[in-house]
Design a protein around this ligand. Structure first.
Ligand code: NAP
Length: 263
């Protein structure tokens, strides 16, 4: 099975921590040259120190500081990157929208989420697709959520935007498939990242229960009986980025220990 990403350039969004960081590490371990994107230079510089880098094979990593809510600035910076080298792999990933019931959501919250997730993904694909078409090799992997299959309580804005991204992604897969480009979604289940710890920490505080008991309760609902590890999501992303996944296009791949009950 060909999993080698030697000679391939990857742009990994939201790579300063969590799932994005894990994806960057896994892609580098398969040989890709990785450009990390987030707002935190120091954290990304630390991530690069953790990544495999085989200088003899010409492997090289760098990072771009950008805010996905500052679209024109992001566009300018990514255009600058693309002038230096074409990108074969794009991992669209960013922070999730704040929690809350949908009835309480205001227009601005939808606007921000739409921009940070769908419009940002779309802008990046438009900037990178020319290089992918020229190379005859493209992999777009969008990190969404299992809420695409079953909406999660108290994540009103998030559930809504995830569905929109899944639909955008499937449409993009239909258009780009002819060029050797695949567009797929990875749907993480409950994954042990800083973000999850923050969210469940708040839930523990609000309910008066311990953090450990909240995690035990969640784990009980998962067939695997535990949270996912960021590396497990990163590995699925790296597989979809590889030559081996050339005929996988337009899918929603749940990486969730079986917690999604639909087929
Ligand atoms: N963890 C889970 O259990 C889980 C489950 C289902 C779905 N998901 C989804 O998967 C995605 C990743 O999850 P995660 O747990 O890894 O999240 P996370 O720990 O919050 O990481 C989010 C990443 O996105 C970056 N980011 C956030 N806002 C940004 C902005 N405006 N501009 C540029 N970069 C930005 C952050 O970097 P900086 O803050 O350094 O800029 C960070 O690197 C999220 O959409 C999340 O909702 C997660």
């Amino acid at each position: 099975m060909n999993l080698s990403l030697l000679g391939k350039n990857a742009l990994v969004c939201g790579a300063s921590r969590g799932i994005g960081k894990a994806a960057a590490i896994e892609l580098a371990s398969l040989g890709a040259n990785v450009t990390l994107v987030s707002r935190s230079a120091d954290k990304m510089s630390d991530v690069i120190k953790e990544m495999d880098m085989d200088i003899d094979k010409g492997q090289d990593h760098d990072f771009l500081v950008a805010d996905f809510l500052e679209l024109s600035d992001l566009k300018k910076r990514v255009k600058g990157l693309v002038l230096k080298r074409p990108y074969h792999i794009l991992v669209n990933n960013t922070g999730g929208p704040p929690a809350g019931p949908i009835l309480k959501a205001e227009k601005d919250e939808f606007d921000v989420a739409f921009q940070q997730h769908l419009i940002c993904n779309h802008t990046l694909v438009k900037l990178l697709q020319k290089g992918m078409i020229a190379a005859g090799y493209g992999r777009v992997i969008n990190v969404i959520s299992i809420s695409v299959k079953t909406p999660i309580d108290n994540l009103g804005v998030s559930n809504t935007i995830r569905g929109a991204v899944a639909s955008w992604s499937k449409t993009m897969a239909n258009e780009l498939g002819q060029y050797g480009i695949t567009v797929n979604n990875v749907l993480p289940g409950y994954t042990d990242t800083e973000r999850l710890r923050e969210l469940f920490g708040q839930r523990a505080e609000a309910s008066g229960n311990s953090y450990e008991s909240i995690i035990e309760g969640i784990s009980e609902t998962i067939p695997a009986k535990r949270l996912g590890r960021a590396q497990e999501i990163g590995s699925a992303i790296a597989f979809l980025a590889s030559p081996a996944a050339s005929y996988v296009n337009g899918v929603n791949l749940a990486v969730d220990g079986g917690v999604t009950r639909s087929m």
